[in-house]
Every structure is written in C-alpha cells, then in structure tokens.
Design a protein around this ligand. Sequence first.
Ligand SMILES: Nc1ncnc2c1ncn2[C@@H]1O[C@H](COP(=O)(O)OP(=O)(O)OP(=O)(O)O)[C@@H](O)[C@H]1O
Ligand SMILES: [Mg+2]
Length: 332
Amino acid sequence: MSDNPFKRPASRAGIRDPRNATFISSLKDIEAGRHRKKQLSAHTSILRLEDLEEIEELPADEPLGQAPQPTTVASKMMAFFGPKGGMGTTTLAVNVAGTLAKLTRNAVIVDMDLQLGSVPVSLNVKPERSIAELVVEATNAGSGPIQSGLDRHPSGLTMVAQGDRIEELSTVTSDRLPRFFDALGQSFPYIVIDGLRDFSDHAVGVMDIAHLVVLVVTQDVPAVRAAARSLRLFRRLGYGPDRLKIVVNRFHKKAPVTLEAIGNALGQPVHAVVRNDFPLVEEALNCGVMISELKASGGLARDIEALARSLGGLQADAGGGRSLLGRLFRRK
Ligand SMILES: Nc1ncnc2c1ncn2[C@@H]1O[C@H](COP(=O)(O)OP(=O)(O)OP(=O)(O)O)[C@@H](O)[C@H]1O
Ligand SMILES: [Mg+2]
C-alpha cells in the first residue's frame, strides 16, 4: 500500500471492473447517463409491486369481533389512525377539523398523543389547558359539559392537547375518557382525534367511542403492509367498513401502487383520496395555518373539504362533485 492516502492509483484496472465503471468525461456522457436512468425507472419498480400481492388478503368471511356501539358521545367523533409514521395523519386530522370548524363553527381537535403530540406545533398554538386538567374537570362535572375556556386557533378551530405537562399523565386513565369525550361532545358537534397509532387500552378505548376510524395510507408498499396489519387487528376488534374508512393521502394518479391494488390488499375500497402537494402543505405547516387559508380554491383544499363533508355527514357543496376521488370514479 502507498504511504500517501491521497495518492491516486496509477491504473484503473486494479480498482474495479472497467465495464461497470462509469467515467463521465463530457456533457454527452451526462446526457446519456440521464437517458439510461429514465429507461431504468421505466422498467424496474423500486417499490416491488409484487410485494403487494404477497400481502395476505383479509378473508371477507372472517368473523368480525364485536365493537361496542358508539353511544357515549352525542356528537360526530372521528379518530384518525396512522398505521405507520409520516403518512400525513396529523396533516389530514388538523385540516379536516379546520374545515369542519369553518363549515359548522363548532369543531374541536383532540391530540391523543399525550407525550409527543404534534397538533399544537402544526397549529402553532401553545396549549394553556392540558388534557389531564380537562379530564379531571369533566369527571368532577358529573354529567355536564366542560365549562372553562379552551385553546383556540385563529381559524376558529378549538384544540385540546396535553402539551409539555407529562407529570400530570397519571390522571388520564382509560375509564375516565368516555366521560371526557361526553363532556366535550356537549359543546362540540364534531370531535376529531389525532395521535392514535397503536392498540393500547387508551387508543382502543377512544376508538370504541368514536363513530368513525379513519385509516390513513400512502401509495407505497410499506404503508400498505402496515395498513393491512392494522386492519387485521381492527377486524378482530369488530370494526367493519361502516365504522372504518380508508383514506389515501399524497395521492398521485400515476403512482405504481393504484387505488385498486390498495383496495384489494386491504379488502375494502378506498373511501377518499387527498392529493400530493408538498410545497403547499409545508407552507401551511410553517405558517401554522390551515391549507384552505392559504389556497381556498386549490385542489388540495377541495379534496380536504370533500373528505370533511363525507366523514362529517355534511352535504357536498354545489361544486362538491369536483373531489378527486369523485372525478376519478366518474371518468371510468
Ligand atoms: N397531501 C400531502 N401532500 C404533500 N405532503 C404531505 C401531504 N400530507 C402530509 N404531507 C407531508 O408529510 C409529512 C408528514 O406529515 P404529518 O406530520 O402530518 O404525518 P404523520 O403521519 O402525522 O406523522 P407522525 O408519524 O409523526 O405522526 C409532512 O412533512 C407533511 O408536509
Ligand atoms: Mg402525526
């Protein structure tokens, strides 16, 4: 070996097989390289589509468990569930809740990720009142509503989150949660929940009193696999298609993992799609505002409004037939 680690070897031959090595020496080479890359991506699927077929389909005749009827809370309560991190669950929960607040003037978002919830940072609102404090207040209120002022985003959406007060968490017990949501439901006809990502007692307790569970998935194999695993557990807990809706976020028409493939793998059709628009979502997050406040008439805001209306049981607006999923299915 040479003493000088920076000294280049005298000949290429000893380093690697020259047939596989690419030495770019001119602009033409770069262009040819680009061309090769294009050809490659057209013929090889990095996503390994065949993986989707390997996902064991959920047998349609598998007996469902029995989920309790969501009778505790009078208002519409919808729980967003992210079977895998980073799929945009919080983005959808926050913006659906914001849309419901805009349409009905009465919606609340509850961040049930009690330790590391990201709803306050997405909305740029520091929680003054913690979930723990409100759970105790609801318990003490007997059967009444929560009276005291709750945190509010400038858009009109009310927010309930734990914030940094993790020392209070022992008061948030599963048996107190139905009363807490009942008390919130007396003031808010729409309750949107974020921060659920497992099947702990807390999470199942909340989903059992929710009217709808919204399972968020993206168009990639790991996401669909994770969704299939969660769905299997949901089925065993008794959540059928009437109670659980699949929403595809960051939807792209030309993505190799199609809506049909997702529907087949999960044994239930996709309920709605929300298109991909990273710059707009990022800007909304950076400014702590709703997507519709930035671009009310854009496609992404329209998809979110259509989703909020369908989940909330609100009539589609006059131009509401323009949601992406609606248009996709109409074209067929
Ligand atoms: N429709 C969309 N189009 C483009 N980018 C999106 C969309 N929805 C979400 N994103 C981006 O995805 C990223 C993750 O979003 P978000 O925090 O909402 O995901 P999450 O599933 O809640 O993540 P976590 O697992 O941390 O809870 C963000 O950077 C956001 O900008
Ligand atoms: Mg999240």
